[in-house]
Design a protein around this ligand. Structure first.
Ligand code: OOG
Ligand code: NI
Length: 468
C-alpha cells in the first residue's frame, strides 16, 4: 500500500460513522433493536411505494439512507470544543448553526458538526450534535469551582491521537496507512466509562444543579449519548416500538405527518438507568451507583425550508406550544397530534406550491428532451415557465440540521421534569464561537448555494440564462 496516499474526508467520515455505530450497538443493545426496526419499516415503505424509492434514487439519497445517522455528545470546556473542531474538520465535518438551549432551561449551547458539500452529503451525511456545558450558569460557587477544576484536568484526546491530528493538519489529511488507528482513537473518545471520575458525594451535588452537569463533569470523556437512524416512516416506527419492548416518548417532535415532509421529525425512548461505580474516598473501594444519560432516538427528514418557510414554521410551532406548554403526557398525545395537524393545515403541502412560494429549497434538473434546441438563447428564461413547459424538474433538498425546540423536547424527555433550570435567556453565541475558534456556518447560505448550483447546471446544459 502507498503509505503517503491521503484518504478522502468523505470516506473517512463514512468509516468513522460506521465504527461509532458498531461500538454503540455493543454498548446499548436497544440501539441495535432500533436499527432493525427502522430497517424493517424502511424496507416496507420502499417495497410498498415504488415511486418514493424512485424519488430517493433520483435525489441521490437512496444509497446513503441505510448508513444515515446522527449522534450527540456533550462537552465541558472551551478547550474541548476547540480540539474537537480541529479533529472533526479532518472528517469533513464543520460546525453549522448555533443552538441556544438556555431558553428551554437547559444549561448548554450547541452546534452540529456535519458535511456541507452536496457531493459529501451524498457519500455520508453523518452529523454530531455537540453541546457545550455553560458552567457560568451554575449558581453554587463551590460546585462550580469543583466542576471547573475537574474539567481543566481532563484530557479527552489521547497523546497518540493528538500526534496524528497535528500530523494530518500539516500534511493536509490522513494517510491511508494511519486511517485505522486514527478512526479507532477517535471512536475511543466517545466510549462509555462505567467508572465515574467523581465521588458519589460530588456526583449528587452536581446532580442537584442539573443532570447534564453530572453527566459531563462526572466522567472521563464525552460518551456518545445517542445515535439516531433515519426512517422513511416515523409514525410507523413510533407505533411499533412497544412491540420491540421499547417505550417511546408520548409524541413525535417537529411538524405533523404530511404528504410533503418538511424539516425534521424525531422521537426517542427514555434514557437507560445504568450501573456505574464511584470511588469511595474513605475506603478506596468501588461502590455501586446508577446514572441516566444514554437514550435512543429515530428521525425522519424532509425538505429544508427557506428563511421565509422557517419563519412560518416557527410561528406555527410556537402556536402549538401555547396550547401545550409542558411535556405532553401519553393520554394527551391524540389531542396534541390533532392540534398540531390543524395548526399546520395552513402550511402548503405540495411541492409545487412550496417551490413557487419560495418556502423550501430545491434541486433543479434539466429534463432530457429533444425540445431543448427550441429554447431561444438570445434572452433569459423564467424558471417557472421552464418548469411549466417540462424543460426543468425539481426535487426537495433534504434538511441536514436540527431544530432547537425539538432538541429541547428530546433533552427534556430524557432528563426528569425537575431538571430544567430557570435560566436567564442570554444567548452566548460570541463565547461559543470564540471557544470553537471560528464562527459557525450559516445553514441557509449552504442550502441556497446547493439550489443556485443546480440552477447554474441547468443553464449550462440548456445553454440559456435562467431567472428565478
Ligand atoms: C442532544 C439532544 C438533542 C436532537 O437530535 O435534536 C438531539 C443531547 O441530548 O445531548 O439529540
Ligand atoms: Ni438527536
Amino acid at each position: 500500500m502507498n503509505d503517503t496516499k491521503l484518504i478522502s474526508k468523505d470516506e473517512l467520515r463514512a468509516l468513522f460513522s460506521a465504527e461509532l455505530s458498531k461500538m454503540y450497538q455493543s454498548e446499548v443493545p436497544k440501539y441495535s433493536t432500533l436499527i432493525s426496526l427502522t430497517q424493517k419499516v424502511n424496507q416496507d415503505v420502499l417495497s410498498n411505494h415504488p415511486s418514493q424509492k424512485e424519488a430517493l434514487i433520483k435525489n441521490n439519497e437512496f444509497d446513503r439512507l441505510s448508513e444515515e445517522r446522527h449522534g450527540a455528545i456533550r462537552i465541558g470546556s472551551a478547550k474541548e470544543l476547540g480540539i474537537l473542531r480541529r479533529l472533526f474538520a479532518l472528517y469533513g465535518m464543520y460546525p453549522v448553526g448555533y443552538y441556544d438551549l438556555a431558553p428551554a432551561g437547559i444549561p448548554v449551547h450547541s452546534t452540529a458538526f456535519r458535511p456541507i458539500e452536496k457531493s459529501s452529503l451524498e457519500v455520508s451525511p453523518f452529523r454530531l450534535f455537540t453541546s457545550l456545558l455553560r458552567l457560568e450558569l451554575i449558581d453554587d460557587a463551590e460546585i462550580k469551582a469543583s466542576a471547573i477544576h475537574l474539567l481543566n484536568q481532563r484530557e479527552i484526546i489521547s497523546p497518540e491521537l493528538y500526534h496524528l491530528l497535528v500530523k494530518a493538519e500539516n500534511q493536509g489529511g490522513i494517510f491511508k496507512s494511519d486511517q485505522l488507528q486514527f478512526i479507532a482513537l477517535t471512536v475511543d473518545i466517545f466510549k462509555w466509562h462505567q467508572t465515574a471520575t467523581v465521588t458519589e458525594t460530588l456526583y449528587q451535588k452536581l446532580l442537584t444543579q442539573h443532570r447534564l452537569i453530572a453527566d459531563v463533569v462526572g466522567f472521563k470523556g464525552p460518551h456518545i449519548n445517542h445515535l439516531t437512524p433515519r426512517t422513511l416512516d416515523i409514525d410507523e416506527v413510533q407505533r411499533l416500538m412497544p412491540d420491540y419492548q421499547i417505550t417511546p416518548k408520548a409524541t413525535i417532535e417537529g411538524p405533523p405527518k404530511r404528504n410533503c415532509p418538511i424539516l425534521l421529525r424525531q422521537t426517542s425512548f427514555q434514557a437507560l438507568n445504568e450501573a456505574i461505580l464511584f470511588l469511595d474516598e474513605k475506603t478506596n473501594n468501588w461502590v455501586k451507583g446508577t446514572h441516566t444519560a444514554r437514550f435512543g432516538e429515530i428521525e425522519a427528514r424532509g425538505v429544508a425550508l427557506t428563511q421565509k418557510g422557517r419563519a412560518f414554521y416557527d410561528e406555527l410551532i410556537q402556536k402549538v406550544k401555547e396550547f401545550f406548554p409542558g411535556e405532553i403526557k401519553p393520554h394527551e398525545s391524540h389531542l396534541y397530534n390533532e392540534k398540531l395537524a390543524s395548526i399546520f393545515s395552513v402550511f402548503p403541502d405540495n411541492w409545487y406550491e412550496l417551490m413557487i412560494n419560495k418556502l423550501a429549497w430545491f434541486n433543479f434538473y434539466p429534463v432530457k428532451s429533444e425540445m431543448h434546441h427550441i429554447l431561444d438563447n438570445t434572452h433569459s428564461h423564467n424558471l417557472l415557465t421552464l418548469i411549466d413547459n417540462g424543460m426543468i424538474e425539481f426535487s426537495p433538498i433534504i434538511y441536514e440540521d436540527f431544530l432547537p425546540v425539538s432538541a429541547a423536547g428530546i433533552f427534556q424527555s430524557n432528563l426528569s421534569n425537575k431538571s430544567t433550570m430557570p435560566l436567564k435567556a442570554i444567548s452566548a453565541r460570541a463565547d461559543f464561537e470564540s471557544a470553537l475558534g471560528q464562527n459557525v456556518l450559516d445553514e441557509m447560505s449552504l442550502y441556497e448555494k446547493i439550489q443556485l448550483d443546480s440552477i447554474s447546471l441547468c443553464e449550462s446544459v440548456l445553454n440559456i440564462r435562467i431567472i428565478y
